[in-house]
Design a protein. Structure first.
Ligand SMILES: [Zn+2]
Ligand SMILES: [Zn+2]
Length: 200
């Protein structure tokens, strides 16, 4: 199933690579505008102590409505609730929202991305801090390809770590979190773009 998704991602990347400059400029403009609108909505909710996605209070936790704001560790959140978040939201959605929180506290200082394009065996490795919480994401090439024969780890996945007050709360090896279909399209697009840059 992962293989099929990866192939679909590769086809999508090829489609993108064949767009003309004008089409790309149009797309970028639309993306930029919608990103700006979303960020303004985020700020608005944040200033009221509310979640940009579910509009509930950031301190609230309701098992029936899994949401990324749970990673701020509202009362009631348990580490295995992470699976419900990852089933409902993709890697890039989760990471983008956490970056927004980090930047609200201190712009540019709270995010540490260790990955350099094409280096080592990691596709990405990012640490994001907000208040007393530190979130880290890690994905090696073998995680992306699926590395074991168990149900969760054989599909494209990433690993997640969460520290609270500098103490481990969720460890990288606790879970294999699935990439969404959009994540895989996105990753395949990044791959084909960086491959083309290298060819030039
Ligand atoms: Zn929420
Ligand atoms: Zn893994």
């Amino acid at each position: 199933m992962s293989d099929e998704l990866r192939r679909k991602g590769q086809r999508f990347a090829k489609f993108l690579s064949e767009l003309t400059g004008e089409q790309i400029a149009e797309g970028n403009k639309a993306n930029f505008e919608s990103a700006q609108n979303q960020f303004e909505r985020f700020k608005n909710d944040y200033n009221q102590g509310r979640c940009y996605l579910c509009h509930k209070e950031l301190k609230s936790f309701s098992k029936r409505t899994p949401c990324i704001h749970w990673l701020l560790k509202p009362k009631g959140f348990k580490k295995k609730d992470l699976l419900a978040i990852a089933d409902n939201y993709g890697y890039f959605q989760i990471q983008s929202l956490l970056r927004w929180y980090a930047n609200e506290e201190s712009f540019g200082k709270n995010i540490n991305s260790l990955k350099e394009e094409g280096s080592g065996n990691k596709l990405f490795e990012v640490t994001i801090k907000y208040k007393n919480i530190e979130w880290s994401f890690s994905c090696a090439k073998s995680d992306y390809m699926g590395h074991e024969k168990s149900q969760h780890s054989k599909h494209a996945h990433y690993h997640f770590q969460m520290r609270v007050d500098n103490r481990p709360y969720i460890n990288f090896n606790d879970f294999h979190l699935p990439f969404s279909e959009m994540d895989i399209l996105h990753i395949e697009t990044m791959h084909s773009q960086s491959a083309r840059v290298k060819q030039r």
